[in-house]
Design a protein around this ligand. Structure first.
Ligand SMILES: Cc1cc2nc3c(=O)[nH]c(=O)nc-3n(C[C@H](O)[C@H](O)[C@H](O)COP(=O)(O)O)c2cc1C
Length: 190
């Protein structure tokens, strides 16, 4: 099974990264490897709404999104991990998602959704927010759902933690790391 993960936090060894590592450990213990994209260190220009992908489903900008587009096309499992920033996904995550407008054109204008392999296509959304406000999860999830459906991932699970603000504070949570590990194993169970 081909598994990819997007890390949308800029904070090294922060809460999102620590949780993602546990999910990945779960996936790896099930016998699969994970290709990780650290969005903060990649060159991803925001979508220019140039219409360049309208007729072909191919983005015409040249940067690190090229590799991400390829990886999304062949992935069976996609993990999207982001902190909640201003009641939404982080800018790093959102920039990557906006550049998937080419998949939107391919699916909805050209009627050619990304084909699923034998294992189907499934997603996992990981969210961490510093405030105890459910609205942050709801807003971020709306965007993530649009992303998953656009890249032809028909179902996804959500694992979210609120009230976790300081760097690595997630390590003090009574169940978070176990929960993340379990989600990783579940993600690749057919
Ligand atoms: C720019 C910025 C905006 C934030 N906005 C929110 C917010 O709207 N809601 C919330 O719950 N937490 C917010 N936070 C707190 C982060 O979600 C929290 O610190 C989280 O643990 C960061 O995860 P990380 O360590 O993986 O980067 C914000 C933090 C930053 C830096």
């Amino acid at each position: 099974m081909n598994v990819i993960a997007f890390l949308g936090s800029p904070r090294k060894e922060g809460n999102t990264e620590l949780l993602l590592k546990e999910v990945i450990r779960g996936v790896e213990d099930s016998g699969f490897s994970v290709q990780i994209f650290e969005l903060n260190s990649m060159s991803i220009k925001p979508c220019q709404d140039c219409g360049g992908c309208d007729e072909t489903g191919e983005c015409i900008l040249n940067d690190d999104m090229e590799g991400i587009h390829k990886a999304i096309r062949t992935a069976d499992r996609i993990i999207l991990a982001s902190p909640i920033f201003f009641f939404a996904l982080s800018a790093q995550t959102k920039a990557m998602i906006d550049r998937c407008q080419s998949f939107w054109c391919e699916k909805y204008l050209l009627k050619k959704p990304v084909p699923a392999g034998k294992a189907g296509r499934k997603g996992l959304l990981l969210l961490v927010g510093g405030m105890k406000k459910e609205k942050g999860v709801q807003c971020a999830e709306s965007c993530a759902t649009a992303f998953f459906r656009t890249i032809n991932v028909p179902e996804h699970s959500v694992l979210s933690f609120l009230g976790i603000d300081k760097k690595a504070e997630i390590l003090k949570h009574p169940t978070a790391l176990e929960d993340a590990y379990r989600e990783g194993r579940k993600l690749v169970t057919v």
